[in-house]
Design a binder for this molecule. Structure first.
Ligand code: MN
Length: 129
């Protein structure tokens, strides 16, 4: 298993925050700023985990998750997807999960929660024995 994490996010501040936090643990962050770019990147690169913003400028995160799960690239049916959204409204978690996401996190992003959720799927490279 590799250390490549794809983050699909249109907000540059969140992108920078997560990039710094994950690179500090030895992960490699791959960036995509739109939903369509995210799907394309996942299909054409080796990706071990996907962080997925729900509010995106083109197709939303739910649609991204559905397309990833239905992709011709079979590995994407099982690649962990962590949904991240600003909408703490009830029902969003269920919607993300039913679209194919494994876990749900709400913004603002808490770095310790992020590390814990990512490490649950992909061990931190800096902490491998
Ligand atoms: Mn967004």
């Amino acid at each position: 298993m590799g250390n490549n994490i794809l983050y699909i996010e249109d907000n540059p501040d969140n992108m920078m925050l997560v990039k710094r936090a994950l690179e500090a643990r030895g992960y490699i962050l791959i960036e995509a700023m739109t939903g369509l770019k995210g799907v394309d990147t996942a299909e054409n690169h080796e990706v071990d985990l996907i962080l997925l913003d729900i509010n995106l400028p083109d197709i939303d995160g739910y649609e991204v998750a559905r397309r990833l799960r239905a992709s011709a690239k079979k590995a994407l049916a099982y690649t962990p997807i962590i949904a991240i959204t600003a909408n703490a409204l009830k029902g969003d978690a269920e919607k993300a999960l039913s679209a194919g996401c494994d876990v749900y996190m709400s913004k603002p992003i808490n770095i310790r929660e992020l590390w814990a959720r990512v490490e649950a799927f992909v061990p931190a490279p800096d902490q491998k024995a």
